[in-house]
Design a binder for this molecule. Structure first.
Ligand code: SF4
Length: 232
């Protein structure tokens, strides 16, 4: 099976049939159907999905977007994942360096037009990088934010014309914490400093949430923006 129509049907059916499945079962389904044409994307906030995927598909490609604006701790987490886990870390970069973007669009584009900055530094590189795959998995969870509350475990990604998986969509933060503890999964050290969602380092893009705020409240806080565009 290889045509786009077949994959669309396959994804829609799997979304229904795997709704109650465990993350490992969902990832095994992906490994069985797509093999090396399947990858996991990771922001390197943690290595949970990479760990789950490597348990069913050792050597799985783990795709990381290096926007040029990451915290040093995030780059360190990527390097630790590459050094210690049975995965193949692939780093994607934007067409423009930060200096080239500053020259072309002016400095601090993230403060003035974060949608354009994310489009240049995240969405375009990911779309380009996913060309090598028929299916990709993310770490999206339904409990993260209202905009993610209906995330299917498997779905057709019409923009990229690929199968998109969210194997831990049904997990809660408690489920993630339990898995991390039971398996010694690598975490970004910024999680111990009060960050609950880790993206690019400019304060306008990633801040610590206030008392009682949701985990993603510190992302583009006060701007009305809630997603980088990859998952829209
Ligand atoms: S998160 Fe911020 S710095 Fe990173 S790509 Fe988006 S706007 Fe640019």
């Amino acid at each position: 099976m290889s045509s786009v129509t077949d994959y669309e049907e396959l994804a829609t059916t799997a979304g229904r049939e795997l709704e109650e499945a465990t993350p490992q079962e969902i990832l095994q389904w992906a490994a069985d159907h797509f093999g090396k044409r399947f990858c996991v994307t990771s922001s390197m906030e943690d290595a949970v999905v990479a760990h789950l995927a490597s348990s069913v598909l050792p050597g799985v490609d783990v795709v990381f977007l290096d926007t040029g604006y990451h915290f040093a701790e995030t780059i360190g987490t990527r390097d630790a994942v590459a050094a210690t886990m049975p995965v193949n870390v692939i780093t994607l970069t934007p067409k423009l360096t930060v200096a080239e973007q500053d020259a072309q669009y002016g400095p601090h584009l993230h403060d003035r037009d974060p949608d354009l900055c994310c489009s240049l530094r995240k969405v375009e590189p990911l779309n380009r990088g996913l060309g090598a795959y028929d299916a990709w998995a993310t770490g999206l969870r339904r409990d993260e934010s209202p905009s993610r509350a209906n995330t299917p475990v498997v779905a057709w990604d019409p923009k990229r014309r690929k199968v998109k998986l969210a194997p831990i969509a049904r997990w809660t933060q408690e489920d993630v914490d339990a898995y991390v503890q039971a398996n010694g999964v690598l975490l970004n050290p910024l999680l111990w400093e009060g960050y609950t969602s880790i993206g690019c380092s400019p304060l306008s893009c990633t801040a610590k949430p206030g008392e009682g705020e949701s985990g993603r409240a510190g992302r583009w806080a006060g701007s009305g923006k809630t997603e980088c565009g990859i998952h829209l």
